[in-house]
Structures are given as C-alpha cells and as structure tokens.
Write a protein that binds this ligand. Structure first.
Ligand SMILES: Nc1nc2c(c(=O)[nH]1)N[C@H]1C(S)=C(S)[C@@H](COP(=O)(O)OP(=O)(O)OC[C@H]3O[C@@H](n4cnc5c(=O)[nH]c(N)nc54)[C@H](O)[C@@H]3O)O[C@H]1N2
Ligand SMILES: Nc1nc2c(c(=O)[nH]1)N[C@H]1C(S)=C(S)[C@@H](COP(=O)(O)OP(=O)(O)OC[C@H]3O[C@@H](n4cnc5c(=O)[nH]c(N)nc54)[C@H](O)[C@@H]3O)O[C@H]1N2
Ligand code: SF4
Ligand SMILES: [Mo]
Length: 668
C-alpha cells in the first residue's frame, strides 16, 4: 500500500460551487481533506466550513452514527440501543407492512432533501418510496419551488440558466437576492471578483457580496416586482428595449406595457426604498449590456416569490439580454440535463410514479393530527431544525403512534425523536456523481475509505429495506455501478473517464443555453404572458405589486444562509460551534433606538408561533424595519432555532416556503 496517496473526489453539498476535493491518505487512512488544486472552482481550497468539518466531525467516529439504533427511552429522550441491520430493517419492514395493510401506503410520509446532492444517494431512495406509494413531502417546497414554477412558465425550464463561463463577455452582472459570499464562496471569491463586469447587488442586506459590488440597491423585502417594473420603465423611456428581439421572441409585452409605463422612478423609489439615481443607473447599465442576471433562492422566499421571479424575468426578455454571449438569466443549472441536452429530469428520478404529495409547509400540522400519517421516514434532511413550525413539529414527533425512521450520518435534532435510526455512509465512503448547479461541471465522487462503523450509503440501505419487504423489482436492486451508468447516460462521459479526470466540463467554450432564441414554453418564446400560468389559477402576467410593510411595531425577519453552517449541517462540529458563537440578530440603529437596544443586549423575538432570545447587533447593514439572522441550528434552550418563529405560509407558487416573509416583534 502506498504510504501517501491523493484521491480526487468532489463535494456533494447543496452549494452552487461544486468543488473538487483532494483527499490525502496515508497507509490507506484518510488524514486530510483539501481543495483540489487542479479543480477550476476550488483551486486548492475548500470553503471555511468544509475545511473544518470535513477534517472534523466527518472523520470522527465519535461524532458519526456507526450502528443502527432502536429507541429505548421516551420519544425525544435520545435514548437508543444498538441493534443489527437485520433487526432494524426487519422492524421497519414489519411496521410499514402493517401500516400499508391497515391504512394504505399514503399514510407513510417520506421527507428528504439535499443533505447529500450526489446523484445516487440523493435520488435512488425515491424509487423505494414511489414503489410502495408513500406520500412525499414536496422536496423543493422547503427551498426554491416558487422560483422553479415561475421560470417554468416564463422560459419552459428553471434549470437551464446561463453558463457562468460566458461572463467573460459581460459588461454587467446583477445578483438579485443571493449572497454568494456565504452560499457560493468560490463563485464569489473567483468568478464574480475576476469578471470585468460591473456588479449590481439587489438585496435588503449590505452583506459582503453587496458591500464589494459596484452598486448595491438596498431594496425593501418583498418589493422586488415593483423594482423590476421600474427598471423596465426606464429602459423603455430611454429607448433601450430591444424591439426586434421582442417582436420575434417574446409573448405578451403588450399586456404589461401599460403597467411598465405607470412604474415611474419616483413611485418605484417610494415603494422599494431604492434612490431614483441608483434605479436609473442600474437600468441603463443592465439594458445596454451584455448583462447577466442571477436570481437567488433567497429572492423567491417571499409571499409573492413567483410573481417576483416573473417580473424580474421581464428584464432579459425586453432588453434582449439573453441568447447571446455575456447574457442570460440564471436560477439553477442542471448540468446533467444540459450535458444530455434533453431538457428532462435525470434518468434516476424517473423510476416509478411519485405517490401523493404534501407541501413541506403543511407537514407539521398534518403530522400533529392522527388522521393522515402513521409513519414518518426522514432521509437526507433534518426537518426539526430546518422546517417551519418547530413547536408543532416537535409535538407531532412525540406521538407514540407515529412510527419514525431517520437516516443520517450524524445524530440530529430529528433523529432524537426516531424509533429507528439508520447510519448513512459519508460522501468519502462510496462512489457517486456530483454536478454543480452553477458551473457546468460534473465531478466524480470517489470512495476514499470504508464506510465508518456499520454505516451504508443511502442506496444500499434502501436496497436492503426493499428486500426485507419482499420487493424484488429490478430497478430497486440495481448496483451502484449500474446506477452510475444510468446517471451518466447521455452525458457523453464514462465513469472511468470521470474518475480518472476527477471532473469534466460540459464544454471547453462557454455554452449558449438558449441557442437561436428558442425557449421551452408552449409558444417557443419567452412568455411574459402565460396561458399555462392562467390555467393554473395565476395572473396571466406579472404584476407590479409589493408586500405591505410590517404593521407598526413589527419587523420583517430574514434568515438566509450563514457562513459557517450548511443549513443545519456542521452545527455539531465543536470548532464551527466556537466560530458561530451566540446566535445574533442584526437591527438598524433607528430601530435600536426606538426599542432601547444596544449591541450585546439580549433581545426577544416573538410572534404567534413563540419567542426566541438572541443577541442584538446594531448596524445599518440592514434597513429600518428589517431584522437579520442566520438560518440553521445552534444549541439554544430547548434546542430551538429561528424556525421556532417560522409560521408556515405558502408563497404564491409551488406551495413553497416564504420564510423571508416572517414577521416578529422585538423587545429587550
Ligand atoms: N429559517 C430558515 N429556514 C430554512 C431556510 C432559510 O433560509 N431560513 N432555508 C431552507 C432551505 S433553502 C433548505 S434547502 C432547507 C434545508 O434543510 P435540510 O434539508 O433539513 O438540511 P440540513 O439541515 O443540512 O440537513 C441535511 C441532513 O442530511 C444529512 N446527510 C448528509 N449526507 C447524508 C447522506 O449521505 N445520507 C443521509 N441519509 N443523510 C445525509 C446531514 O447530516 C444533515 O443532518 O432548510 C430550509 N430552512
Ligand atoms: N454557507 C452556506 N452556504 C449555503 C447554504 C448554507 O446554509 N450555508 N445553503 C445552501 C442552500 S440549501 C441554498 S437554497 C442556497 C441559498 O443561497 P442564496 O441563493 O444566496 O439564498 P439565501 O441565502 O436564502 O438568501 C440570499 C439573500 O436573499 C436576500 N433576500 C431575502 N428576501 C429578499 C427580498 O425580498 N428581496 C431581495 N432582493 N433579496 C432578499 C437575503 O437578504 C439574502 O442576502 O445556499 C446554499 N449554500
Ligand atoms: S464551497 Fe460549497 S462545494 Fe465548495 S467545499 Fe464548500 S460546500 Fe463544498
Ligand atoms: Mo436550499
């Protein structure tokens, strides 16, 4: 065995970057996990949180779940006894079989998200749940479904954005409602900073991305649709619309023209809080182009997030900033789809029909009643930390008659309430395929070590569970290698090639993702006016509307991605814990004065869902009326985090979260 060797693999986290990783092994044991120096994104460095956690809790057998566990104490007590895989899977099979016979498979709720995004571990277990006909908590409804649905109406696809490599031809990049300094650290550090384009950031918060931009529009939360109409107004007024493009490639400009004409700079400024001069400057810069538009996931987590996205998408449509070098509109990219050029979902998810579904916003209340669900199967997520209505969900998970199974690499807030806990192998312990959802890159995920303890990859866990339930269908028992070949089918890359090279790019030259100006909508044009949207009960066209400001004494609470956690993940790493410190809430100096609060004071945030104590930070990085904290977990009294205050309302599209619309009061 080589004394020291380097294995190239890739990062499967829910992150725009999709870094390449170099794993150092000595005598067959992992000693260091580093950024791959040859990878175009990571360029030798991981982000801060992964540099710590991948060399911390992920390698630490004391932190990982090593064996299947069965509850031995009260629900929520966190008391478990070790059992064998056979016992654990036998117990799950017996319970699920009984529930299916007595109440039907739809009374089994499974919930999952992007704990790992690697293709097999992320998608294969769905085959099992589709096969038995379980209810699925709509995965994207916890994150980005409003934006997906909106762009589907406008462009016919929400996962065919722009190729970031085209930025070399851009004069302007607008980052709207995303904070790559936290959520895409390498895209921020390298891609954005190295571009010669002027950078405009549109965000209520003056975070690092905003403070380093050329222009920051500090917009009021939930008022972005009005801003989009206002920007279009100036482009129209100053003759910067692309009439020829509109005539051939856009449906429905005539139906919004009047509203655009009415969106004068003064009223736009009044509603959005953005000075007229900055609206004018941005409109000119963007319309002249070539311009890129990045719509963040944070942007659509608002009550009318779908409408906001449709309004923002008018900008490229009317100024022709799409379908040519240096232009485009990006939300998320499906690199595999783009490589396969199919415009369809990756092959793995196609196996079997999805059962009934429920929005993640409805899950806590549905579980809290005994009417609908008898089993809760949790994999690839930690709903007790990340989902809304924490108090209701906690109560629901105490139900003695709710059979709960959690599959995770670590003990989590949710696993403490499980009847059975199953240990998942980490991304360092099995082969898989990763795709960045920003850069058009695929990465090999390469097994660098044996699975720790008795842990197994998700796909093997669900193959074994299927067998324990007597389900022998071929697609439930494909080997990892067969599944990897299925995933790569159409991409033009073999597993051997991917593994040898570590990563492959979709193309050597920037790819034009909407060639010839043909879109995937029914008309083949960009549909500002959408009959499909209308048929689904939405307005035919986007509307210039904003959320009303919070009532007197109330604040809008934003809780976007923080720097040191990945959703709730890494919250169990002691070094990350030190860096996080106490959970804080940032408020504007005017609001601090009227609430008699100074930096360092303990403040209580309250609403109908409950209250939570945080440490105040006074700063004009947020506008008056807005509070800022991080999402995710921290150890607090009762284990509560900000989702304790998250009242689950649904956005206008996709039954999706509008967590950045939460309102609270603040007292010292
Ligand atoms: N207040 C507030 N709440 C939010 C948000 C917000 O902006 N504000 N954002 C929302 C968003 S965008 C999202 S995406 C959700 C995310 O919410 P979740 O999907 O719950 O994300 P995590 O909390 O990171 O939980 C992922 C879990 O998967 C586990 N895991 C990692 N790898 C594997 C594996 O290979 N197998 C298995 N079985 N498990 C694995 C990790 O250990 C971790 O416990 O949170 C949402 N919650
Ligand atoms: N470090 C780290 N990286 C992550 C994650 C993490 O938890 N930590 N989570 C990952 C996941 S699951 C996701 S979905 C992405 C999310 O990453 P992003 O797409 O960057 O989205 P968010 O972090 O939710 O929010 C981004 C910005 O939206 C702003 N925002 C909120 N409301 C409004 C509004 O009404 N208008 C405008 N213009 N802006 C608004 C917030 O102030 C925030 O600065 O990040 C991923 N990357
Ligand atoms: S920046 Fe993103 S992709 Fe890169 S190591 Fe960190 S989490 Fe993984
Ligand atoms: Mo997300």
């Amino acid at each position: 065995m080589n004394e020291r060797e380097i294995i190239r693999t890739s990062c499967p986290r829910d992150c725009y970057d999709g870094c390449g990783i170099a794993v150092v092994r000595r005598h067959g044991k992992i000693t260091r996990v580093l950024g791959d120096p040859e990878h175009p994104v990571s360029r030798g460095s991981l982000c801060g949180k992964c540099a710590i956690a991948y060399n911390g809790v992920w390698l630490d057998p004391e932190s990982r779940l090593l064996h299947p566990l069965r509850r031995s104490g009260q629900k929520g007590s966190g008391q478990f006894e070790r059992v064998s895989w056979e016992e654990a899977l036998g117990a799950i099979a017996t319970s699920l079989d009984t529930i299916i016979t007595e109440n039907g498979p739809e009374s089994i709720l499974h919930t999952h998200y992007t704990g790992t995004c690697s293709a097999l571990a992320n998608a294969f277990p769905e085959r099992f749940f589709n096969r038995i006909g379980a209810t699925e908590a709509i995965p994207d409804s916890i994150c980005n479904n409003a934006g997906h649905q909106a762009l589907h109406y406008v462009l016919g696809s929400s996962v065919n954005g722009f190729d970031p490599a085209t930025a070399k031809d851009s004069a302007c990049i607008v980052v709207w409602g995303a904070n790559p300094a936290h959520s895409a650290p390498h895209a921020h550090k390298n891609w954005l900073k190295e571009s010669r384009a002027k950078v405009v950031v549109i965000d209520p918060v003056r975070h690092l991305t905003a403070s380093q931009a050329d222009i920051h529009l500090q917009v009021n939360p939930g008022s972005d649709a009005v801003l989009a109409f206002g920007l279009c107004h100036i482009a129209r007024r100053d003759d910067l619309l692309d009439d020829a493009w509109i005539a051939h490639h856009v449906e429905g400009y005539d139906e919004v023209e009047e509203a655009i004409a009415a969106a004068d700079p003064e009223s736009t400024s009044r509603v959005t809080g953005v000075p007229v001069s900055l609206i004018e400057e941005t409109a000119h810069l963007y319309a002249k182009g070539p311009s890129l538009l990045w719509l963040g996931q944070g942007l659509q987590r608002q009550f009318r997030g779908g409408n906001i996205f449709r309004a923002c998408a008018m900008l490229p449509a009317l100024t022709g900033n799409i379908s040519r070098p240096g232009t485009g509109i990006f939300y998320l990219n499906s690199t595999l789809d783009i490589m396969a050029r199919q415009g369809a979902t990756p092959p793995l998810t196609e196996a079997g029909e999805t059962g009934p579904s429920i929005s993640q916003m409805d899950v806590p209340a549905a579980l809290d009643s005994t009417d609908r669900f008898r089993a809760y199967m949790v994999w690839n997520c930690n709903p007790l930390a990340s989902n809304p209505a924490q108090k209701v969900l906690t109560r629901a998970l105490m139900r003695e008659d709710l059979f709960t199974v959690v599959v995770d690499c670590f003990e989590t807030d949710t696993s403490r309430y499980a009847d059975i806990v199953l240990p998942a192998a980490s991304f360092l312990e099995f082969d898989d395929v990763n795709a960045s959802y920003f850069h058009l890159l695929l990465g090999a995920q390469v097994r660098c070590a044996e699975p720790m303890g008795e842990s197994l990859p998700n796909q093997e866990i669900f193959r074994r569970l299927a067998r324990a339930m007597g389900l022998l269908d071929d697609e439930l028992h494909r080997t990892d290698r067969e599944l990897i070949d299925e995933v790569l089918e159409g991409s033009g890359v073999s597993w051997e090639e991917l593994k040898t090279r570590g990563w492959v790019a979709a193309s050597d030259e920037p790819l034009e993702l909407w060639p010839g100006g043909r879109f995937a909508t029914p008309s083949g044009k960009i549909e500002i006016a959408s009959s499909s949207a209308e048929a689904d009960g939405h307005p035919r066209v986007p509307e210039a509307v904003a959320d009303p400001p919070p009532a007197e004494g109330r604040f809008r609470l934003l809780s976007p991605a923080g720097r040191w956690l990945m959703n709730s993940s890494y919250g169990n790493d002691p070094r990350i814990g030190e860096l996080l410190g106490s959970p804080t809430v940032t408020l504007h100096p005017d609001d601090a004065r009227s609430c008699d609060v100074s930096t360092g004071d303990e403040v209580s945030l309250s609403n109908d869902a409950g209250s939570l104590t945080l440490v105040a930070v006074v700063s004009d990085s947020v506008p008056s009326g807005v509070l800022l904290t991080d999402k995710s977990r921290w150890p607090g009294p009762g284990g509560a985090n900000i989702n304790h205050l998250h009242i689950p309302r649904k956005s206008d599209m996709g039954e999706s979260t509008c967590v950045h619309g939460v309102e609270v009061t603040l007292t010292r």
